[in-house]
Design a protein around this ligand. Structure first.
Ligand SMILES: [Mg+2]
Length: 370
């Protein structure tokens, strides 16, 4: 499609960004793990007497219960509210599970918290044909592998992808193509914009800015006078423009799996069996990604949460699952016995040797539809 007569200025390929966000994450995990909580208004964190709600189930949200709300207010709004103590260790483990799923589709993953992340899927690694198809597959895998639902927004930049993931919650998908971006932003209340907190939203309201359209209609100089260095971002965002890259904070690529045990394991036989299961799960991901690596890393968490890693590198790529498991078992064996038992085991392949594509001429790349 490149025009030979045109100056050789590379036009950056249109990006495909997915924002994935788990639905009512902490509360959904508690409802998953305790059937008695399903269908009931649940608050994670706080207690009836004091504290602050960390997360609310959808049943609780109907009553106006929100995260960061004082427990006393929440109980006033929803007298039947059930308070559950948070289990961050479990949330963290699920977070790693979903990030391992993301890693099958792209190396450009920018987590915003345990339960949400931006993914740049401009390179369609598995040839699924569209970013929407990638998002649907990721949502299906999250549901299959964790028993939880996630919503996804698909668009051409981070700002709009994040707005879109919120659009059809829970268990929803929303695709905003480039020609609809500006109108979509214009239609939304500014308090939904990422970066516009309650204080900024109130300030905007005083200035008569309630929607994206209101914001778009204010000149840059006006925004600079009221919002300083933040003005440029707002001015562009209001037009559906956001060039911020997805910043992966994982410098080295690794693929693996880990499990937290309900009761700490001490018996060598039980630990070996667990290691086989983990190596199995990890190698399935290695296979799917097509990656090869030469470093195997064992992660082991003690009963007191003290966590160690031990790694071994080969001079060549680990050839198969049997070799991967054998190295894992060897690394584990050197740690036994573990006083108090093992709380978590993980096994990772890194030092990834991927067949890198040659530098592609971005102008010649077929455009992946959103
Ligand atoms: Mg969430």
């Amino acid at each position: 499609m490149a025009d030979d007569a045109a100056p050789p200025v590379p036009t950056p390929a249109q990006r495909k960004i997915i924002h994935v966000d788990m639905d009512a994450f902490y509360a959904s995990v508690e409802q998953r793990d305790d059937p008695a909580l399903r269908g009931r208004p649940v608050a994670v964190g706080g207690s009836r007497a004091r504290g602050v709600v960390a997360a609310a189930s959808y049943e609780a949200r109907v009553f106006g219960v929100r995260s960061a709300m004082p427990s006393a207010t929440a109980v006033r709004r929803c007298p039947d509210l059930v308070f559950v103590r948070p289990r961050f260790e479990v949330y963290k483990a699920i977070s790693l599970q979903i990030r391992a799923i993301f890693a099958d589709y792209t190396d450009l993953i920018e987590p915003l918290s345990l339960d949400e992340a931006y993914l740049d899927v401009t390179e369609d690694r598995h040839g699924l044909g569209s970013a929407k198809a990638i998002a649907e597959q990721i949502r299906a895998r999250i549901r299959a592998e964790t028993g939880l639902t996630a919503s996804a927004g698909v668009s051409y930049n981070k700002f709009i992808a994040k707005l879109a993931s919120d659009q059809n919650k829970p268990d929803g998908l929303c695709v905003i193509p480039p020609h609809k971006g500006a109108a979509f932003v214009a239609s939304l209340p500014v308090k939904r914009f990422h970066g516009v907190g309650p204080v900024t939203a109130q300030k905007m309201e005083r200035l008569g800015i309630q929607t994206g359209a209101d914001l778009r209609d204010r000149p840059l100089a006006f925004l600079q006078a009221h919002f300083g260095s933040y003005a440029d971002y707002l001015h562009r965002a209001a037009r559906g423009v956001d060039d911020r890259p997805v910043r992966s904070n994982r410098p080295s690529k690794s693929i693996g799996a880990e499990r937290t045990f309900e009761t700490n394991l001490s018996e060598p036989a039980a630990l070996h069996a667990a290691m086989e299961t983990i190596a199995d799960a990890a190698w399935t991901r290695v296979d799917r990604s097509g990656a090869r690596g030469r470093t195997v890393t064992l992660k082991l968490r003690h009963a007191d949460f003290h966590t160690i890693t031990r790694a071994r590198s080969l001079s060549h790529a680990v050839p198969d699952k049997a070799a991967f498991l054998a190295i894992g078992l060897d690394l584990l064996q050197a740690q036994l016995p573990v006083p108090g038992g093992v709380r978590l085991l993980g096994l990772t392949l890194s030092g990834i040797l991927r067949d890198e594509a040659p530098d592609a001429d971005v102008t010649a790349q077929p455009s992946l539809p959103l």
